[in-house]
Design a binder for this molecule. Structure first.
Ligand code: ZN
Length: 249
């Protein structure tokens, strides 16, 4: 399946979940651009479906459509329950279309072969970007909800192989670049934005986008979202079945 087919698959599955009376869904904010609202619904449906795939029997989570902008310029966020609110996925509706287009333009997928010899980058499609966002947020829930959950970190670079090694390195480079930019711009809470939790979620997002780019199934994608590094031994991405001639045409 390609990115559009996977996105449509998740979106159609998630829509029914958003409509379910059991789901506590906040009202859609009024006076928002139609395109933003539609995109917010599509993105949330995708999150709902991936969440259900990863947590089939643990789906008491709230889906909130926020009319305010995210404090951290995110299009979506996973929120751990607090005294004030329940556990939730939040999608920020205001200016969503523009935000997604901007993000997409600034993201390019960089691929490399098993020997790390070939570099290839391609533009991301909106569907691919949206699936990446959804996966990233569900990964955050998994980090919190799975007892003893093992996250990937830059320490894993030494025992990583092939494609996994490439993406750990890429995440590290991305975080170093972001750190510099945040410092220059005087951004607050840099530690939280570049925390181990974010590192792990970003790595999985990269791996998933890469997998989609090569053509994958929703099932393989969900397995990748659940992936934990083994306690010891080499790290090999079990999903690395690339035919580069196909990717490069
Ligand atoms: Zn995150």
């Amino acid at each position: 399946m390609n990115a559009v087919e996977i996105f449509q698959f998740f979106q159609s599955k998630g829509c029914s979940r958003l409509d379910s009376p059991k789901t506590r869904k906040g009202p859609l904010p009024k006076r928002r651009k139609k395109e933003d609202m539609e995109l917010a619904l599509e993105l949330m449906a995708c999150i709902a479906a991936i969440d259900e795939g990863v947590f089939p029997s643990f789906n008491h989570v709230k889906f909130r459509f926020m009319s305010r902008k995210s404090k951290e310029n995110n299009v979506a966020e996973y929120c751990w329950p607090s005294e004030k609110s329940r556990e939730s996925y939040d999608v920020f509706v205001q200016g969503l279309e523009e935000e997604i287009l901007n993000e997409m333009r600034s993201h390019r997928l960089i691929l490399i072969d098993e020997e790390g010899a070939m570099d290839y980058s391609c533009d991301m499609t909106p569907e691919q970007y949206a699936i990446g966002v959804a996966v990233h947020e569900v990964r955050h829930r998994q980090q919190k909800r799975t007892k003893g959950f093992r996250m990937f970190s830059k320490k894993d670079l030494a025992r990583a192989d092939g494609q996994l090694k490439h993406f750990i390195r890429l995440t590290e480079i991305l975080f170093k670049t972001r750190f510099k930019c945040f410092e220059e711009q005087g951004v607050s809470a840099i530690g939280r934005k570049l925390s181990p939790i974010e590192f792990d979620a970003q790595l999985i997002e990269f791996l998933v986008q890469d997998l989609i780019h090569r053509g994958t199934s929703p099932k393989a994608l969900l397995e990748l979202v659940r992936l934990q590094p083994p306690i010891e031994g080499l790290l090999i991405n079990p999903f690395f079945t690339v035919d580069f001639s196909r990717v490069l045409g």
